[in-house]
Design a protein around this ligand. Structure first.
Ligand code: ZN
Ligand code: ZN
Length: 323
């Protein structure tokens, strides 16, 4: 058991063990947030991490997205300003600012990253590997690193290919059943059985597909014409005939937040744009799901109106005019 704390001691946590990677990041955003030459980020499994006090003191800040999600996000103690761990609800990993640890994590830094952005005044004098952003992207497997983007980085390797695979009941239904039961999906999708039934009865004018990264299924996307009852809930009565409502999720927890969802949505929107009968594509998301809202905005959707969903509470209706 290794304990850690912020400068004032208000935020305290413990970790079972550190498993790495242990990276020294020289990206401009890490330099800003640390006020120093680099951030020393130590990889810890979420199941090995416990916040023992001070959750009410923790504030977060998300820097504007420069390339693609996830946003560069920092968490800090609102009393003393120390960076603190920010465990994402749905990730298997997190990165601990190593300077917070009060004991030896028994791991040593294994590489410098984003070295092309290094401060002029700092000289790397150890013999650790020095990786640029591009080299890191080639080396990194999507599932082997904590989430959270550094300067413009994406956890998807740059060569990763996102595809929409035709939904195949035999191959994909068991996956979809499992994904719908995952807590991070259930939170925004609701009743798994009702969703599964709906997936087997796609309405006319609708469709569905599996989202794949380099051929491996990771999520689900479906679309259908708006029904009158949907529009009543949205408070939209004048939406053009043929407008399409899209829902999507990344079911595989290890791939949440990598940017595969927005890229899948982009592919679908491109296809729908080719269909002259679709005037508008819409998505809905809880006002609390800030990650999804940012991702949809990045694809070109704008917030049209807030409404109260009977199941999910306050939501945003976001849309993109297809033509
Ligand atoms: Zn503090
Ligand atoms: Zn960084």
């Amino acid at each position: 058991m290794i304990r850690g704390s912020c400068l004032c001691g208000g935020v305290q946590f413990e970790i079972e063990e550190a498993v790495g990677p242990f990276e020294l990041c020289h990206c401009p955003r890490c330099r800003k947030t640390s006020g120093s030459a680099f951030v020393a980020g130590l990889g810890v499994r979420s199941k090995d991490f416990r916040l023992t006090s001070g959750s009410q003191l923790i504030r977060t800040y998300e820097a504007p997205i420069r390339e693609r999600p996830p946003a560069y996000r920092v968490a800090f103690c609102s009393r003393c300003g120390s960076p603190v761990p920010d465990p994402p609800a749905d990730a298997k990993w997190l990165e601990i600012p190593a300077g917070l640890l009060d004991a030896d994590p028994l791991l040593r830094p294994d590489k410098h990253i984003f070295v092309e952005c290094k401060s002029d005044w700092f000289r790397i004098s150890d013999s650790l590997p020095q990786l640029t952003k591009a080299q890191l992207a080639r080396q990194r497997q999507p599932s082997d690193h904590p989430s959270g983007g550094h300067e413009g980085s994406s956890l998807l390797r740059e060569s990763s290919k996102i595809d929409l695979l035709a939904f195949d009941v035999e191959a994909h239904l068991p996956l979809l059943r499992r994904w719908l039961r995952e807590p991070h999906v259930r939170r925004w999708w609701g009743d798994p059985d009702a969703n599964l039934r709906e997936s087997l009865q796609r309405p006319q004018g609708g469709g569905h597909a599996v989202i794949a990264i380099d051929g491996a299924p990771v999520g689900y996307i479906c679309w259908q014409p708006y029904r009158r009852e949907d529009l009543e809930i949205l408070g939209e009565s004048d939406i053009a005939e043929g407008s399409i409502d899209v829902d999507l999720m990344i079911g595989e927890v290890a791939h949440v937040g990598e940017g595969a969802g927005p890229r899948a949505l982009e592919i679908l929107v491109e296809e729908l744009r080719g269909d002259a009968s679709v005037p508008l594509v819409g998505v809905c998301t809880s006002v609390e799901n800030t990650r999804a809202i940012r991702a949809f905005e990045k694809v070109g959707f704008s917030r049209l109106r807030e409404y109260d969903d009977p199941e999910f509470g306050r939501c945003w209706f976001m849309a993109l005019r297809a033509r």
